[in-house]
Design a protein around this ligand. Sequence first.
Ligand code: 5GP
Length: 187
Amino acid sequence: MSELTENNNDKLIIGDDVFVPFLTENVIQNRIKEMADQISQDYKGKIPIFIGVLNGAFIFLSDLIKNISINCEIDFFKLSSYGDSKISSGNVRMLKELNCDVNGRDIIIVEDIVDTGLSIKYLEEIFQTHKPDSMKVCSLLMKPESIKYNVKIDYIGFNIPSKFVIGYGLDYAQKYRNLRSIFVLSE
Ligand code: 5GP
């Protein structure tokens, strides 16, 4: 597929896989506004640092902070866990460290999706060693049935079934992150 056309009623056929529309741009944006309002209220009088987990969370983080009404800072952290596979490998590697000093700061880890919880658990352990004042986790999507690790997600956009999703930052072998809506693998 050389051209990417997106129509909310269209299926996406990628090799042998068929993806169907799941969360529209409108639904995603409305929910992000609600999440941003809640975070702005919770952090009133503070200047939190949003830490986006690359690559998947960059679009979500960008839309989220555009709706945040208090002062805030951002940074990015890069992990690798899935490679090009649709199933979690169970391994996490750090590919990019933070640039900012989170010591004594209020940090909010921003993920695109929480599946087994391994990435979040790993990040929480790393960031805890930098002694932030507080640490919360915000994820656009969460697959509650897939959770294997004991993690608390403070802000959840949507709880979804344990199916593979793409679009809005989420990739299929590194592609399709630029879709404005989210598609789910049809079985
Ligand atoms: P966890 O460490 O919680 O098992 O997995 C989190 C990471 O796995 C996410 O940041 C994301 O990169 C990837 N991931 C989990 N589920 C999906 C999915 O349905 N689609 C895509 N594209 N990536 C996923």
